[in-house]
Write a protein that binds this ligand. Structure first.
Ligand code: G1P
Length: 302
C-alpha cells in the first residue's frame, strides 16, 4: 500500500524572481489556489492522504495554507460567508500534512532521502514535484501506484520530448517496450543529457512511486550532476537490479516552474471551471486577434 506522498518544496524558485523573493513559488496562485494545493489535491484524489513536505526556511506559508486559520473562520462565519468558510475548513482537513526541513539544498535525491524518518524501508511511497502540474481530476498517479503494487518495482512517469534542447532539461530513460500499452521497462537513466546524447526521447516528469528501499540507496548515493545528490542516480542503482516501470503520460501536463507553463496551466485550469471557463473563453475568442496584433507591433518596435 502506498500511504505517503513526499513533496519537495525546499527550492528557492529563482526562475520566478522577483515574484518569489518573499512568496514561495509553490504559493503563486493558479486561478485562485496556490500551485501546491493542486499537488496535494492530486495526491488525495488518488487515495494518498498522508503528505510529507520537504521544506526549508522561508517556506512556512505552505504549511500555514493547509492548517486551520481560526480568526478567518470566525470572521467568515460572522459575515455569513458559508461557502468561503466551507472551503477554508475543507482545506485544513484535506490531508494529513507533515513536514521535515532539508537543512541544505543538496539536490532532489537528498530532499527525498529526508523522508527516511517518516516512510519505512519496506513501504512504497509517491514523490510529486510541484513544477509538474497535471489537470485536476487526473488519475494517472493511481495507475502508477497500481503498476508499483503489481510489480514491486519503482515506477516513473514519462513524457515524449521531440526537441533535444528541451530534452536536456530532464532525466531521460533508456527503455524497451513493456508488456502493457503505454508502459516501458527502463534499463538505465541519464540526468540532463547534453543535446544529441540522450538514450531516447522519453523524459522523466515529476511523478514517481518508489519502493522504500530507495531511501537506503540514496544514503549511499554520491553527489552527481551539478554536485547534487540526484534521485536519477539512485534510480539507476535500482534499474541495474531489475527494470523500473515507465508509464508514458497520455494527458496534458504543465511545467509550472516555467513562465509559459505557468500561464498555460492558469488558462487550462480556469477554462475548466464552470464559474470562469465560459466567460474566459468568450473573452479570449473576442480579443485573440487584437492580442496577436499588439504582440506583433510590440515585437516590431522592441
Ligand atoms: C528533476 C529530476 C529530473 C526530472 C525532472 C522532472 O529535475 O532531476 O530527472 O526529469 O525533475 O521535472 P529538476 O527539474 O529538479 O532540475
Amino acid at each position: 500500500m502506498v500511504r505517503t506522498a513526499v513533496v519537495p518544496v525546499a527550492g528557492l524558485g529563482t526562475r520566478f524572481l522577483p515574484a518569489t523573493k518573499v512568496v514561495p513559488k509553490e504559493m503563486l496562485p493558479i486561478v485562485d489556489r496556490p500551485a501546491i494545493q493542486y499537488i496535494v489535491e492530486e495526491a488525495v484524489h488518488n487515495g494518498i492522504g498522508d503528505v510529507l513536505l520537504i521544506t526549508a526556511s522561508g517556506k512556512s506559508a505552505i504549511e500555514d495554507h493547509f492548517d486551520r486559520r481560526v480568526d478567518l473562520e470566525v470572521a467568515l462565519a460572522d459575515k455569513g460567508r458559508d461557502a468561503d468558510l466551507a472551503e477554508v475548513r475543507r482545506l485544513s482537513e484535506l490531508a494529513t500534512i507533515h513536514s521535515v526541513r532539508q537543512p541544505e539544498p543538496l539536490g532532489l535525491g537528498h530532499a527525498v532521502r529526508m523522508a527516511a524518518g517518516h516512510v519505512a524501508e519496506d513501504e512504497g511511497f509517491a514523490v510529486l514535484l510541484g513544477d509538474d502540474l497535471l489537470e485536476p481530476g487526473s488519475t494517472f498517479l493511481s495507475r502508477m501506484v497500481a503498476a508499483h503494487e503489481r510489480t514491486g518495482a519503482a515506477v516513473v512517469a514519462l513524457m515524449r520530448v521531440d526537441d533535444p534542447e528541451r530534452l536536456a532539461q530532464y532525466g531521460v530513460v533508456d527503455a524497451v517496450p513493456g508488456e502493457r500499452e503505454g508502459e516501458v521497462l527502463v534499463r538505465d537513466l541519464v540526468e540532463k543529457p547534453a543535446p544529441g546524447t540522450a538514450p531516447s526521447d522519453l523524459a522523466v516528469i515529476g511523478r514517481y512511486v518508489l519502493p522504500g528501499r530507495i531511501l537506503g540507496v540514496l544514503r549511499d548515493t554520491l553527489p552527481g550532476r551539478g554536485g547534487e545528490i540526484q534521485l536519477t542516480d539512485a534510480l539507476r542503482t535500482l534499474a541495474a537490479e531489475r527494470p523500473i516501470v515507465g508509464l508514458v503520460l497520455d494527458e496534458p501536463r504543465h511545467d509550472a516552474g516555467d513562465r509559459l507553463g505557468f500561464l498555460t496551466a492558469t488558462l487550462a485550469f480556469a477554462a475548466q471551471r464552470p464559474d470562469l471557463g465560459p466567460d474566459l473563453i468568450a473573452w479570449l475568442r473576442e480579443h485573440l486577434d487584437e492580442l496577436a496584433q499588439r504582440a506583433d507591433s510590440t515585437g516590431r518596435t522592441a
